[in-house]
Structure formats: structure tokens, C-alpha cells
Design a protein around this ligand. Structure first.
Ligand code: NAD
Length: 488
């Protein structure tokens, strides 16, 4: 039987201007491991999105001492640090809520997502006091300098695959720079954002500096349309990213888009093979493959194809789908029935296109539950023009291709609309650096897969979006630069 949870799951309200507000409508959030509703959550309509934006604006414009944007930067930093402390103190509960809502293994939520969220807030707590303009020697008769000012009200819209982690990637830099935020979590996974709001209040974040509006695409679209939102920070699908860019054009909002991917994972014959097999397995099955930077296109040098594939398939059989709350589970439940059916549709399509099924390929049953599980699936003999090699599946499905040399693999790897990440496995460091320059991707890993840190920028080339989350780069997107000219 799927284990019972200890985390308290409450009905979800909206968090607007420091108050908890009932939704006019509600929707259920489902536990993907059982298919059952966890609780009902408020759905914000356009008028409630408007109320949240007004609350954020009021907090941003507040001229009183201690308001968020006028507070000493060091005080803002302290609040962000306290947020990190409170996440750490409540880490088991937050991890469990995330796992219940998303279906990801508790191992991932407890030991990877939540600790990284703590790091992200501490990293940006440090930045709060280091955001500054320049003095510029433009003319002898003038004193000229620049100010870095917060952009204002930020609308942050995030997806369901790393619910609180991706929210932290927006909240950390936005708040450090003195902006106020309206956060819209994904409708599939709203629970940790709501618990986060309670912790942010406890940490001393003033009313209105953070607002949380739960709901689906309509709620997100109302936020993007709103005339008083200055910037949209979006993570999600490329299709929705395009809609957001069109809609944001009407008010010329600043937009940053972290979108989909189909990342090539390239293994040369001289690679440390066992390490590369582990990298390929983690690259696609970590997070059930619901990872924007998943290594979903595996390119193996032809000379080692048979050996590599045999080891890969053997290794994939150890990744059994299991109860997400079991600490030993490494492959959890697909986030929703709809997503499970999309993934199964891609598997059926790949077979029709002529790809060979080397492992998995079916819905899996875990302890007799009605949860949404899929076996770890590997296709071999894939051609680069097949749908399974071109489109983002967003599930535990790997497409394996082969190549002969660096020229060919550079061309094949770049022949895709996406450009989020890539990896290279080889013992030849010159080749690794040379190829990493040719790959059109925001991140290139060499002899590893998926590593990240709050200090390193993350984002896409091509249709994987633009702008960068994390690192110092993200701060650019949450500030405006003002030039000031003083005649002497
Ligand atoms: P999605 O685009 O369907 O939804 C993302 C968010 O946008 C949700 O909160 C949703 O309610 C909202 N939304 C949907 N339609 C909207 C609209 N018209 N206007 C405003 N908001 C709207 O994406 P998803 O299925 O939840 O997430 C999976 C996608 O996210 C994948 O494509 C994945 O690659 C991408 N992703 C990218 C990154 C990255 O950093 N590049 C990270 C994680 C996920």
C-alpha cells in the first residue's frame, strides 16, 4: 500500500496583502501516487489577481520606514536569510508536501530540492547588499552615475516539476532587489507555495511583498495581462511561453522565459563508460524525466553502441517505479493522469516511427494503487528526425542515437528547436572544451549530468527561452538601470 503521509494538508486559500482569502471557486489537487484528491485549493479569478497585484503595488510604493523597497538592503538580506532558516527548520514537512503533490521521490524533495531552496535564499540574501550602480567619468563638467532600481511588481509563474524550487529561483533575486511579487504556482502542485507564504510572514516579510494566487492557465493569463505588473518571470512550456510573450507585448512588460528542452547527452568511445551509463540513467530518469534539462537525447559513438546499450538497459531495470514516500524509491509517479497519457502517447508514436523499444514502455502498477506510474523506457535505433528525438516528452523516456565523429554529433545535437542543456562524456579534455563551444545550449556538463548551484546561471538558447535564472545574471532581470547626470 502507498504509505500514509504525516504532513498536514489543509484546504488552500489565496494569500493577498498579508491576508488569507477564500477563492470564489476551488479545484482539487491530486496525489499522483494514488490518483486521489489531497485537498481543495482556491482558484483566483481576474478580480482576485487584480487584488493581489494592487497589494503588491501598494507594498512596493509604500514610502514608510520599514517598507520592503525602502528597507535597508542589509535588513532585506536578513529577512531572506530567515526564510532560508525557516525552510530548513520545516524541511521534512515541506519535502513531504512536495512529494504528495508532485509524485517525486521523497529522496529528491528532502535531500535535493529543499536543500537547494535553502541555498538559493541564502545566496540572494548575500546579494541584497551588493546590488549597485557605477560612477562613470563621462565629462569633466558633470558627475554621472547609475542606479540599479527594482523593476516593481513581478508576476512569477512556475510549473509543476520543481514547484517550490523554481519559485525560489524567481523569489530569491526578485525580493533581494526590492521588488514585490505575485506568485502563481502550477495548478497541479500549489501546496508548498502556500506553506512557503506562511513561513515568509514568520520570517518578517511585510504584507503585500509576496502574494500567492493559485489557479490554472486563466489565473496566469490574468496576471500577464494586468497593466500594473512590470515584469513576468515565467518557467514552463515553450507553447505557453510564446503566448505570454504575445500577451506581454501589449503592455511591454519585461519578460524572462525558461522553457522546454530536448538536451543531447553525448558519449564518446573514450568516456569513462560506467560513469557515463550512470550519467545517462540519472540524466533521463531523475525527476521521472519531468526535468526541463533532462538528457532525453542520448548520442552514443557507434563503436561502443552495443556495450553501452546493454549496460544502460541493465541499469534501467534497477530503477523500479515505487511509492514516492518510500525513502528507497528513485522513480516516482508522473505528475498527472494527463501527463501520463501524453508520455504513453509518445511511446506509442516512437514505436510507429520505427524506433526499437529496448526497455520499459508501459504504465506500471505500484502496490495496487491507481497512481500514474510509467516504467523507465529506452528506445534505440532512433533517427534524429523522428518525433521522439525532436519533441519534449517530459517523462522517463530516452531516445538513443549513434554518431561517428565530433563533426556529425555537433550538427545532430544542434538540429533541434531547443537549446537548454547538453552533456559530453570523454577522456579527451580538448575535445570536450571544443565541442562545448559549438553546442547551442545554456548549460554544458562535461563528464557529469544535471549538477547545478545557486551561483551558476541557468537558462536557454533558441526556443528554450531567454534570460537567466540564478547566479548574478538573474539580478539583471529584476532591476532597471537609471543614469543620473549632475552638472557641476
Ligand atoms: P505549462 O507551460 O503548461 O505551465 C506552466 C505554468 O504556466 C503553470 O503555472 C500554468 O498554470 C501557467 N499557464 C498555463 N497557461 C498559461 C497562460 N496562457 N498564461 C499564463 N500562465 C499560463 O508548463 P508545465 O506543463 O506546467 O511544465 C512543463 C514545462 O516547463 C516543460 O516544457 C518544461 O521543459 C518546462 N520547464 C522549463 C524549465 C527551465 O528552467 N527552462 C524548468 C522546468 C520546467
Amino acid at each position: 500500500m502507498i504509505a500514509a503521509s504525516k504532513a498536514q494538508v489543509k484546504p488552500g486559500k489565496l494569500f493577498i496583502g498579508g491576508e488569507w482569502v477564500e477563492g470564489k471557486k476551488t479545484f482539487p489537487t491530486i496525489n499522483p501516487a494514488t490518483g486521489e484528491a489531497l485537498t481543495q485549493v482556491a482558484e483566483a479569478d481576474a478580480s482576485q489577481v487584480d487584488a493581489a497585484v494592487r497589494a503588491a503595488r501598494k507594498a512596493f510604493d509604500d514610502r514608510s520606514k520599514g517598507s520592503w523597497s525602502l528597507m535597508a538592503a542589509s535588513e532585506r538580506g536578513k529577512v531572506l536569510w530567515r526564510i532560508a532558516d525557516l525552510i530548513e527548520q520545516n524541511i521534512d514537512e515541506l519535502a513531504e508536501l512536495e512529494t504528495l503533490d508532485n509524485g517525486k521521490p521523497i529522496f529528491e524533495s528532502r535531500y535535493i530540492d529543499m536543500p537547494m531552496i535553502v541555498d538559493v535564499f541564502r545566496y540572494y540574501a548575500g546579494w541584497a547588499t551588493k546590488i549597485h550602480g557605477d560612477t562613470i567619468n563621462s565629462a569633466a563638467s558633470a558627475f554621472t552615475y547609475t542606479l540599479r532600481e527594482p523593476v516593481g511588481v513581478v508576476g512569477a509563474i512556475v510549473p509543476w516539476n520543481f514547484p517550490l524550487l523554481l519559485a525560489s529561483w524567481k523569489l530569491g533575486p526578485a525580493l533581494a532587489c526590492g521588488n514585490t511579487v505575485v506568485l502563481k504556482p502550477a495548478e497541479q502542485t500549489p501546496l508548498t507555495a502556500l506553506r512557503f507564504a506562511e513561513l515568509a510572514v514568520e520570517a518578517g516579510l511585510p504584507a503585500g511583498a509576496l502574494n500567492v494566487v493559485t489557479g490554472g492557465p486563466e489565473t496566469g493569463a490574468a496576471l500577464v495581462r494586468h497593466t500594473d505588473v512590470d515584469k513576468i518571470a515565467f518557467t514552463g512550456s515553450t507553447a505557453v511561453g510564446k503566448e505570454i510573450m504575445r500577451s506581454a507585448a501589449d503592455t511591454l512588460k519585461r519578460v524572462t522565459l525558461e522553457l522546454g528542452g530536448k538536451s543531447p547527452n553525448i558519449v564518446f568511445a573514450d568516456a569513462p563508460i560506467d560513469q557515463a551509463v550512470r550519467g545517462a540513467i540519472n540524466g533521463i530518469f531523475y525527476g521521472k524525466g519531468e526535468v526541463c534539462s533532462a538528457g532525453s537525447r542520448l548520442f552514443v559513438e557507434k563503436k561502443i553502441e552495443d556495450e553501452f546499450l546493454t549496460k544502460l538497459v541493465e541499469s534501467s531495470k534497477k530503477m523500479k517505479p515505487g511509492d514516492p514516500l518510500d525513502p528507497k524509491t528513485r522513480l516516482g509517479a508522473i505528475v498527472s493522469e494527463q501527463q501520463m497519457n501524453t508520455v504513453l502517447g509518445y511511446i506509442a508514436g516512437a514505436k510507429q516511427e520505427g524506433a526499437q523499444l529496448a526497455a520499459g514502455g508501459n504504465r506500471a502498477s505500484v502496490d495496487g494503487s491507481k497512481g500514474f506510474f510509467i516504467e523507465p523506457t529506452i528506445f534505440s535505433g532512433v533517427k534524429n528526425e523522428m518525433k521522439i528525438a525532436q519533441e519534449e516528452v517530459f517523462g522517463p523516456v530516452l531516445a538513443t542515437l549513434t554518431f561517428d565523429d565530433i563533426e556529425q554529433v555537433a550538427e545532430l545535437a544542434n538540429k533541434n528547436i531547443y537549446g537548454l542543456a547538453a552533456a559530453i562524456w570523454t577522456s579527451d579534455i580538448k575535445r570536450a572544451h571544443a565541442l562545448s563551444r559549438r553546442l547551442k545550449a545554456g548549460t554544458v556538463w562535461i563528464n557529469t549530468y544535471g549538477d547545478g548551484d545557486a551561483s551558476l546561471p541557468f537558462g536557454g538558447y533558441k526556443q528554450s527561452g531567454f534570460g537567466r535564472d540564478l547566479g548574478a545574471d538573474a539580478l539583471q532581470h529584476y532591476t532597471e538601470t537609471k543614469a543620473v547626470w549632475v552638472k557641476l
